[in-house]
Structure formats: C-alpha cells, structure tokens
Design a protein around this ligand. Structure first.
Ligand SMILES: Nc1nc2c(ncn2[C@@H]2O[C@H](COP(=O)(O)OP(=O)(O)O)[C@@H](O)[C@H]2O)c(=O)[nH]1
Ligand SMILES: [Mg+2]
Length: 358
C-alpha cells in the first residue's frame, strides 16, 4: 500500500514521517526541503502474524507493510503547474494523509499565514478539484480535436460522456470521490489518477499541550464526514527515538494508547477499505492485503498470477477459530475447514491455501 503524506509546506509532514518510520530527516522552519520525496516502509506488526508464526514455526515470517511517501508541500502558490512531475508522483499514491498545521507558531504564522486547519483543508480540497477540472478539460479539448480529424470511436465517445459529467460536478465544487461511479466508468477514468477521487485521511498536527483541546476540531470534521485524527507530531517524533518502556510512560501521561505508527497503520487500512488474509506453512507465514469485498480469485492473484489463472478452490479457515481450537485437525473435526469457490468473499483474518492447476 502506497500512502502519500501531503499538505502545505511546514505543516509537519516530515516530522510525522520521521515519527512513523523512525528516521531523522531534517525538519526546519526556514529551509525549503529538497524535491524528492522521503520514502519509508513501515511493517504492520499484526499480532495475529506473530501468533501464527509461533504456531507454525516457519522459516520466514512476512508482515504486511505500508510505504509512506513524504512529499514536499504542494498547493502553496497558485503558480504551480498541475502537470509538473511532483503532481504525477503524488497521484501514483493509493491514498493520502493530509497534514494540517494545528499547532501555534508565531514564526510560521508570519511566514505561511495563521494556523487555520479548516480553511486549509477547504483550500486543499478546492485545489484538488481545480487540478482535476483542468485535467478533464484538457482531455476534452483533445477529444474535440480528434473529432474534427474524424476520430470518433465509441470508446472515445464514452470517455467524453464521463469526463463531461465529471467536469460538471467538479465545477460545482464536488470531489469525484463523492460521486457514485459504475465500476466500468471507474475503469475508464483510472488512468487520470484524479486527486479528488483518492481516499483522504485528515491529520491534525497539534502540539503536545493542545492535543486534548483539539478533540473538538476532530469531532467537527468527523461530523462533516471526514476520516480525521489528531497527532502530536513533534512529540511523536521524539517518542519514536525512545526505548519502548520509556515511550510507554510518556504516552500514558499524554493519554495516548497507541503509537503514531500503530494508529496511522490502522487508519490507512480503514481509509483504503483494505483487509488482511494470511497464508501459513512450514516455509512461510505471511500477511496479504486486499480490498474488502475482493473474492477468492483476486486474493489468489495477490499471491501469484498462476494461482488466479488455475484457481480450483480455496481451502479456508478463520484465524479466530484456529486460536480457539488450537489446531487444524480440531478445525476439521468441527467442520470449520472449508472449501470455497471463486466467488467467496475473503474476510479479514481468513487463513487461505489455494488449490490450483495450470
Ligand atoms: N510545535 C510544533 N512544531 C512542529 C510540529 N510538527 C512540526 N513542527 C515544526 O514545524 C516545522 C516544519 O516541520 P516539517 O516537518 O519540516 O514540515 P513539512 O514542511 O510539512 O515537512 C519544523 O520547525 C518542526 O519542528 C508540532 O507538532 N508541534
Ligand atoms: Mg517536509
């Protein structure tokens, strides 16, 4: 899973990235940090995988991971070109964590304007919508040109129909994520990688002493339908450098039960609508990530395309049942070891083995 950390300059993106990945990239009030994104891979230390690993004692244990990309600030000036390379890089992400500065800092206020998370959020949404609108309109112009040259295929006409509909909605300030698109239409526009279509997690970056106060703002945004969370960025960055028990003491003082890393990992799964299934054996115990609602063939394809192509059945049991009954043999006796067909919808915590033939 690739998640882009985005926001205006100096909202605390790199500070939060450091907290998540345990790295120490420079953060500075005054220096504009270099263009390329910082990229960090964070393992999802799912307890279920640790438990399975103890049970099966495999040669390899592989956790799922999230790749976080910390980008330089965007949408800070109206002069940015929506076709620049950074935009395209950002759009290659599956979802976004939008960091909003919710800590007070007189110098940053001076340089970047007052702390005002809600208006920054609206600004961002508008910029995303405008960027998408420009992209849709440019493509529509090209389609028109093509028509004049006699290129008028059903596929292009279909694309035009969708883009006109999107453009109309975008003009009314409606993000693409708010529209009910058929899966066919979604496929047609996938290549555009529209900003406003991607899942967005709003992250309020607060200071340590106003962390509790900002609960109010978080609730307000949640009521407006956002997936929203608070994080004391700088505090979490410092925590990530401490030993676990020491960090635990500070977290207790702050009333935080999960580290920023755990919290964000969970939220990103929620944001993307992703779930985990597992494969087990002597060789390897491993977590896999799929979308909620994916069927057994899609799950098989995550493991290897051959498994999807030659899919026969999925042998399937549930992690919770295994934990309760203690062994695969006990599961079989209780009839909880099932053979599922192609259309079976894989559930979070399913342990699967694919029977296939190619
Ligand atoms: N007080 C406070 N300062 C922060 C916090 N997060 C970041 N900063 C400061 O804000 C400045 C910009 O942070 P940085 O992470 O580089 O922002 P970026 O440009 O969004 O990557 C730095 O001076 C940080 O130390 C926070 O939670 N509280
Ligand atoms: Mg940065």
């Amino acid at each position: 899973m690739k998640i882009g950390i985005i926001g205006l300059p100096k909202s605390g993106k790199t500070t939060i990235f450091n907290a998540l990945t345990g790295s120490s990239h420079p953060t500075d009030k005054y220096v504009q940090v270099a263009e390329p994104a910082n990229i960090g891979v964070v393992q999802i230390l799912d307890e279920r995988i640790s438990t399975l690993s103890k049970l099966y004692n495999p040669r390899k244990t592989i956790y799922a991971h999230i790749e976080y990309h910390d980008f330089p600030g965007i949408f800070a000036t109206s002069k940015e070109n929506p076709e620049n390379a950074l935009y395209n890089e950002i759009k290659a992400m599956e979802g976004f964590v939008l960091v909003l500065r919710s800590f007070f800092d007189p110098e940053l206020d001076e340089l970047y304007g007052k702390t005002d998370p809600i208006s920054r959020l609206k600004h961002f949404e508008t910029e995303m919508i405008i960027s998408d609108l420009i992209l849709a309109e440019k493509r529509l112009e090209k389609i028109e040109l093509g028509y004049k040259r006699g290129v008028r295929t059903p596929a292009v006409q279909n694309e035009e129909r969708i883009l006109r509909m999107l453009a109309e909605q975008l003009e009314s300030n409606i993000p693409i994520s708010a529209l009910q698109l058929s899966s066919e239409d979604q496929k047609t526009i996938r290549g555009f990688q529209f900003f406003s279509q991607k899942p967005l997690l709003v992250l309020l970056n607060t200071s340590e002493d106003t962390y509790q106060e900002q609960m109010q703002l978080q609730s307000t945004l949640e009521q407006q339908g956002y997936l929203c969370e608070r994080i004391a960025g700088k505090f979490e960055e410092e925590l990530s450098t401490l030993e676990a028990d020491e960090a635990g003491m500070f977290m207790e003082d702050m009333g935080i039960s999960e580290s920023a890393r755990e919290k964000l990992n969970h939220l990103c799964y929620k944001l993307m609508g992703y779930i985990s299934f597992f494969t087990v054996g002597e060789d390897e115990v491993r977590a896999w990530t799929i979308e909620k609602g994916d069927n057994a063939v899609t799950a098989a394809g995550k493991i290897h395309s051959d498994l999807a192509r030659g899919f026969i059945r999925a042998e399937c049991f549930k992690y919770d049942d295994l934990l309760r009954l203690g062994s695969e043999i006990a599961l079989r006796e209780k009839g909880l070891f099932k053979l599922e067909g192609k259309e079976y919808l894989v559930q979070d915590g399913d342990i699967i083995s694919i029977r296939f033939s190619v």
